[in-house]
Write a protein that binds this ligand. Structure first.
Ligand SMILES: NC(=O)c1ccc[n+]([C@@H]2O[C@H](COP(=O)([O-])OP(=O)(O)OC[C@H]3O[C@@H](n4cnc5c(N)ncnc54)[C@H](OP(=O)(O)O)[C@@H]3O)[C@@H](O)[C@H]2O)c1
Ligand SMILES: *[C@@H]1O[C@H](CO)[C@@H](O)[C@H](O)[C@H]1NC(C)=O
Length: 317
């Protein structure tokens, strides 16, 4: 009698466990099939839209420009080197951009940043996508030795100029019910030997996730997508850290595609490569607070992606 009830309980537990794993599987299937089946028609959604990409003379910014160009957007490119910008603009036209202009600007100068937005106003007559991507400053890879000038410079180029561009473009972006795409990094969590860079990325996440929430509470239809990137194979990244880590760099073309896709679909966040979170998740012991937070954050990311997906947007221009 006692035995059979114990067996009965064991059976029930086994059944519950089976049910739970089935449920988890179903949920996972639901989420992922939603992702792959989502009605993403990029060219139709982007053709004729006005896009500003900062730091587009090379690297990920250049690839983001090409992605938008293939979909027939109007492009405004900016960075410091004019020759490179001209070449990228030319290639954008070849790829199918509706137009491709450039403006030279040093983001270490906030007035110059403001002028870039003026250019967008004058030449594009508005803005649908503001892609904040440039990275610079005087900081070098190495132990932090109290170089305040490097911190100030990184915060100006990699954080304050982003905010300045956003502030100046706000009216245009609200008018178009547009999108801000901010390029951040896993280094925004923690990155030894690049402290001032890490600080700027961390600041970006605070500012832009709060801005996103605030816009939502104020019922302003302007999406904010933060791209959290792992190690990408741009020339500069390979030069700076290529010989210092054993990790494989991920292709900048695919990176740009994922970032643009998330921006167009108005996702709140995109993590590329997706598996950059895996090493954190796989730490078996000790499971500290950090791991739990990472796990929760990860779950939060994948669930909220679904919730923010595919909001209708008004046609502009
Ligand atoms: N590559 C990676 O592994 C990686 C990883 C995580 C996150 N990210 C992020 O991805 C974004 C792009 O990185 P990337 O590897 O493509 O960088 P990159 O190849 O070094 O390109 C940086 C861009 O920013 C411009 N720039 C630099 N200083 C500037 C300044 N003072 N004013 C205006 N423009 C300036 C550069 O053009 P000019 O020199 O012509 O001005 C260039 O177009 C950055 O936000 C970076 O933090 C990259
Ligand atoms: C910043 O840019 C503005 C506008 O381009 C320019 O007039 C000013 O001299 C620049 N400031 C510095 C310190 O270079």
């Amino acid at each position: 009698m006692i035995h059979s009830s114990i067996y009965h309980r064991a059976d029930t537990m086994a059944a519950i466990r089976l049910l739970l794993s089935l449920l988890t599987g179903l949920c996972a299937y639901y989420f992922y099939s939603q992702e792959t089946l989502s009605p993403f028609k990029p060219p139709e959604m982007v053709r004729g839209k006005r896009v500003l990409v900062t730091g587009s003379s090379t690297g990920i910014g250049e690839q983001i420009a090409y992605e938008f160009a293939r979909m027939g957007a109007h492009l405004l490119l900016t960075a410091r080197r004019e020759k490179q910008l001209k070449e990228v603009a030319q290639k954008c036209l070849e790829l199918g951009a509706s137009s491709a202009r450039h403006v030279v600007s040093d983001m270490n100068n906030l007035t110059s940043a403001q002028n870039v937005i003026e250019d967008a106003r004058n030449k594009l007559r508005g803005l649908d996508y503001l892609v904040l991507n440039h990275v610079g400053g005087s900081g070098r890879f190495g132990p932090f030795q109290g170089d305040m000038a490097a911190v100030t410079s990184s915060m100006t180029v990699n954080f304050l100029s982003y905010v300045q561009l956003t502030v100046s473009a706000m009216t245009m972006l609200q008018e178009s019910q547009g999108s801000i795409i901010v390029i951040s990094s896993l280094s925004g969590k923690e990155a030894p030997f690049t402290l001032s860079y890490s600080a700027a990325k961390f600041a970006l996440e605070g500012f832009y996730s709060s801005l996103r929430r605030e816009l939502r509470l104020r019922e302003i239809s302007l999406s904010v997508t933060v791209a959290v990137l792992g190690y990408i194979d741009t020339d500069n990244a390979l030069k700076i850290i290529g010989d210092k880590i054993t990790m494989q760099a991920n292709p900048k073309e695919e990176c740009a595609r994922e970032v643009v896709r998330a921006g167009v679909l108005r996702h709140r966040e995109v993590i590329y490569p997706y598996w950059s979170l895996k090493p954190l998740l796989l730490y078996p012991f000790p499971i500290g607070k950090g791991t739990v937070i990472t796990l929760l954050h990860f779950l939060f990311c994948i669930t909220s992606h679904r919730m923010e997906r595919g909001k209708p947007r008004r046609e502009t221009s």
